[in-house]
Design a protein around this ligand. Structure first.
Ligand SMILES: Cc1cc2nc3c(=O)[nH]c(=O)nc-3n(C[C@H](O)[C@H](O)[C@H](O)COP(=O)(O)O)c2cc1C
Ligand SMILES: O=C(O)C(=O)c1ccccc1
Length: 377
């Protein structure tokens, strides 16, 4: 029976080509960060409140003007048709049914306009949660501009710019398997260039992308912009200064620079750096309702899931993703109830006990020298 996120992975693996399972599960280098994301959630402990008398619970959130019926959104992931013939259409219909925001990947195998068409009127009350669009800024700015227009015309309500990929992460599993691109018959629909007779362009991951490009993007769109993959508190502050509207705190599920910290471990610092000026969405290692509670308590406005969606899609198409989103919402609701919370607004940092992250500070140095693991505030 499919009761947990782990069950979906186990079930999907019985159906999937192991090369494709490796593409989903894998990460960069030794996959230290892949493991760290999940482990860091496990190391955090919840301290519930009691006798709160809360009988009703709400799960709604509004982030950057986008309303959703769940704080769990679908992080952008590539190549859904590799896993199921309906590809992103199945994923998007399931997200619409759950009222969950879906971030459409620039590397999707169905174009964002077709995804938007498939979900129109598909929500429970005819009002599906909006789509956001993820992009890698292409050095060819006219191409990027056309892509932004396409996403905007499709009705996307935010842009998510992935900035952790000046070069592509070294996915050793894929290299060993010789999995380097989509098989014949599948393509990244957004990369079909009408100016070039329908040639499919490769997605450029370019080290020349800089804050100047963010300024340029800020100037050509009025959609909210989120940066995905800034991890340094100084970059979080710079993002605010450059007019960025939100952060997707993400280490790309451990698929870019290996050995970066778990995102949940970074959240308190990033939260302090932006000081409430812009919302933070977190992804990486979210597998349980309690993980969602922990991230929201430590200051995230929402969380994203990547691999779980792909396992569920491979396992059961639209139905699979529907069931996945349902079970995570049930787990989240259950955890809320056990924390004595009636909604996201009751989730505060005092509900989370953090271990002392990383190597201990040098004795006698810094404000929190020798600080034992304690309540995060
Ligand atoms: C197979 C796969 C494909 C991905 N494709 C993209 C992508 O196209 N664009 C992007 O910004 N992030 C991409 N990501 C990263 C996810 O958006 C997300 O950051 C990550 O999967 C979250 O971690 P989780 O898998 O532990 O939930 C991909 C991740 C996976 C596993
Ligand atoms: O694999 C990834 O993590 C990823 O981001 C990606 C981007 C473009 C094409 C395929 C995958």
């Amino acid at each position: 029976m499919l009761m947990t996120v782990q069950d979906f992975e186990t079930a999907a693996r019985t159906r999937l080509d192991p090369v494709h399972a490796d593409f989903i599960a894998g990460g960069a280098g030794d996959e230290i960060t892949v493991r760290a994301n999940e482990e860091a959630f496990r190391r955090l402990r919840l301290l519930p409140r009691v006798l709160r008398g809360n009988t009703e619970r709400a799960w709604d959130i509004t982030v950057l003007g986008s309303h959703a019926r769940t704080p769990i959104l679908l992080s952008p992931t590539a190549f859904h048709k590799l896993l199921h013939e309906d590809g992103e259409l199945a994923t998007a219909r399931a997200a619409a049914a759950a009222g969950a925001i879906m971030i459409v990947s620039m590397a999707s195998t169905v174009a964002v306009d077709d995804i938007a068409d498939a979900t129109r009127g598909a929500g429970e009350d005819g009002d599906p949660a909006p789509l956001w669009f993820q992009l890698y800024l292409q050095p060819d700015l006219e191409f990027t501009r056309a892509l932004v227009r396409r996403a905007t015309d499709a009705g996307c309500t935010a842009l998510v710019v992935t900035v952790d990929s000046p070069v592509r992460g070294a996915h050793e599993r894929d290299l060993r398997n010789g999995f380097l691109d989509l098989p014949d018959g599948l393509r990244c629909e957004h990369m079909v260039d009408p100016r070039e007779g329908g040639r499919v362009r490769p997605i450029a991951m370019s080290p020349e992308i800089s804050w100047d490009h963010i300024d340029w993007l800020r100037g050509i769109t009025s959609l909210p912009i989120l940066l995905k993959g800034a991890l340094h508190p100084e970059d979080a502050r710079l993002a605010v200064r450059h007019g960025v509207d939100g952060l997707l705190l993400s280490n790309h599920g451990g698929r870019q620079l290996d050995t970066v910290p778990a995102t949940i471990e970074l959240l308190p610092d990033i939260h302090a750096a932006v000081a409430g000026r812009i919302p933070i969405v977190l992804d990486g290692g979210v597998r349980r309702g309690t993980d969602v509670v922990k991230a929201l308590a430590l200051g995230a406005s929402a969380v994203g899931i990547g691999r779980p969606v792909m396992w569920a899609l491979a396992e059961g198409g639209e139905k699979g993703v529907r069931r996945l989103l349902e079970l995570l919402r049930e787990e989240f609701d259950h955890a809320l109830a056990l924390c004595g919370a009636s909604g996201v607004q009751d989730l505060t940092p005092d509900l989370v006990r953090a271990p002392a992250w990383g190597p201990p500070p040098l004795p006698g140095v810094g404000a929190d020298a020798g600080r034992p693991g304690g309540v995060v505030s």
